[in-house]
Design a protein around this ligand. Sequence first.
Ligand code: ATP
Ligand code: MG
Length: 225
Amino acid sequence: MQNGFQVRLRGVSKAYDDGSTRHDVLNAVDLDVASGEMVALLGPSGSGKSTLLNIIAGLDAPDGGTVEVSGRDLAGMSERARTLLRRRDIGFVFQFFNLIPTLTVLENIRLPLELTGRRDPGPARELLERVGLAGRERAFPEELSGGEQQRIAIARALAHEPRLLLADEPTGNLDSATGARVLDLLTRLVRERGAAMVIATHSSDVVDRADRVLTLHDGAIAGGT
Ligand SMILES: Nc1ncnc2c1ncn2[C@@H]1O[C@H](COP(=O)(O)OP(=O)(O)OP(=O)(O)O)[C@@H](O)[C@H]1O
Ligand SMILES: [Mg+2]
């Protein structure tokens, strides 16, 4: 386990331009997230939560400012190096799951393990059980409900025990009991493995468990960095 800051954003800005109007989404955002810390990110729809998570993961580039993950400046890295960093150190639960439709449930969960050279399916099966979907190994994503797909997306993000987990409304499709079970899993990664976590959410259950709660509003973060 590595101590210190896993994520450090300074002056991060992002705007989208639809040709006629410029829309400022993030406006000089500063953010630090340490190992072993769970941060809940709130904010109304359209406030930039997904945009911010994508920028932290290096899936999208800011227009200005710096993003450091694990002490490395993402802008100074090649695309290939960013991909390797994501594979090894980052788990991402996408708001709309992004499961691979041609792979089975078990294959989807195993993918991050295989990409880092681990062939043992044991961890993937165990995670499937932990998210309450044992027995669905061979199903394809389209055969699952939204909440089931969400749980597969969470299992996939946890499979390689990332040091940084970025989760975009990970309980948005789950009933409160299933959501609590999933949150137990996420909390364990933070408390036992010392991962850093940022969860974009509208859920008070997530807020209750978070070490810090930040709110995005008008492109800025309230609640401290
Ligand atoms: N690729 C894009 N092109 C143009 N505009 C975009 C793009 N991605 C996001 N936006 C705009 O940026 C703003 C922030 O979007 P974002 O998805 O980050 O919000 P959010 O806080 O995650 O919202 P939600 O709670 O609905 O998921 C929105 O107004 C959206 O229209
Ligand atoms: Mg979003």
